[in-house]
Design a protein around this ligand. Sequence first.
Ligand SMILES: [Zn+2]
Length: 277
Amino acid sequence: MICRPGGATLQTLWPPLGTPAGSRLGLTLEPVKASPQTQLRLLELADLDAELARLDHRRRGLPEVAELARLEARASEVRDALVVAETELGDLAREQVRAERDVEQVRARIDRDRARLDAGQVSAARELASLQAEIENLHRRQDDLEEVVLELMERRETLESQLAELATERDRLSDQTAEVAARRDAAVKEIDEQAGRASDQRGQIAAEVPADLLALYDQIRKTKGVGAAMLRGGRCEGCHLSLNAADLGVIRAAAPDEVVRCEECRRILVRTPESGL
Ligand SMILES: [Zn+2]
């Protein structure tokens, strides 16, 4: 603990004596000290963590990812529309078969009636008139049914051209999806390679940082993304807030191996010749 004039305290890594560890900071770490050189390594870690976060953000924000989602949504609509159209087409085909069968039956009936007439089987005037009337009725019925068949054929043609358009769109979407997915994969591969290099570097540096300091850094990193920041020109580079004169005085007076944390963002504040102390 560093005491300020007036009794106020600057929070350094460790909690004030006599208070349970972490009661103020939410930390449960033991006091940590580290040489200025070791503290500087935290800035390298911070840079790499920031880069890893940027890469992760870029990976998730790739325009190809959004484009693929749009393509997939449309492809799903087209698939559904195809199913509906194919079902409807099947229904129409069955309806047409039924209507054509009806036409055939009416035509056969007409042929039968005509044969009876032509054969002179019907001679009574009333029966003759009734047969002729029936033939007329059957002709009208045939016309109506043929009209229905024509209508069904037209509907089928319309539907078939819609189906063809949908199938074309489905194929086009599939090509586009493959093309965009290839672009996304290439971008992801590049990002992964960069992330892999940053991660390797991070591993090497982390291996050189004492375990207690690294544990503190990583704990802060979990909530802040980056666990340490440079004090530059009296300003914390983590939260970009300037420290007041009193806090700067306290830091100036602190031993070089004391690990100091920013009061605002709680990141480890690393002192350098640029710190403005
Ligand atoms: Zn800060």
